[in-house]
Design a protein. Structure first.
Length: 196
């Protein structure tokens, strides 16, 4: 941010970094190269596993490292000018409260016989809404491989054809691998697999 002052270049770079799809990453980097060639060259010097979501093999569950740092900053909020011992005590107490709250939430969900969290169920339900906007063009049920075609652009993108490998939990969009739960393409493939 201090080296390059282009707001549009920063936007392309952020979109490239956060994208779980290699194809979309390349599109944003090509756009960045067209806008600020030196910025694209500068960023390519860094290890891709550190700053690209599509290169992290799903280890961060869809988060980029700076977001995880911001979570810790939220825990430390208001402790900037305290002595070290007070910061440690404050951090301990806040984390203790967080763990107690999250533990109670988990107990309530388990008592209600919920196998999955409410957040996950809501995300899967939202992904399920996209099933009617896709068509399966090829299916190999034995190998659990499906090729889907987007009938309508999603989030301004027309991805065309995407391949989904249900048995290994992978999709060309990259979200299935990154988030570790079925993307909308995988749910459409599951729907197609259950038909017949």
């Amino acid at each position: 941010m201090s080296r390059f002052k282009s707001a549009e270049g920063k936007r392309y770079l952020m979109n490239a970094a956060y994208n779980p799809s290699k194809a979309r990453y390349e599109w944003y980097m090509d756009a960045l190269r067209g806008l600020l060639h030196e910025m694209a060259d500068w960023v390519n010097r860094f290890n891709k596993k550190i700053w690209l979501q599509y290169c992290d093999s799903g280890h961060r569950f869809g988060h980029v490292i700076t977001n995880l740092s911001e979570c810790i900053n939220a825990v430390l909020k208001g402790t900037l000018y305290l002595p070290i011992s007070a910061i440690i005590r404050c951090t301990y107490e806040r984390l203790q409260q967080l763990f107690v709250r999250k533990g109670r939430e988990a107990q309530v969900q388990m008592a209600a016989s919920n196998q999955f969290s409410q957040w996950l169920l809501a995300a899967v339900e939202k992904n399920r809404e996209g099933i009617p906007t896709m068509r399966v063009t090829h299916s190999d049920r034995r190998a659990s491989v499906f090729v889907l075609e987007e009938l309508e652009p999603f989030d301004g993108w027309s991805q065309g054809s995407l391949c989904v490998w249900l048995s290994v939990g992978a999709c060309d969009c990259g979200l299935f691998q990154s988030l570790h739960f079925p993307c909308r393409h995988a749910l459409a493939a599951c729907a197609a697999a259950s038909v017949e």
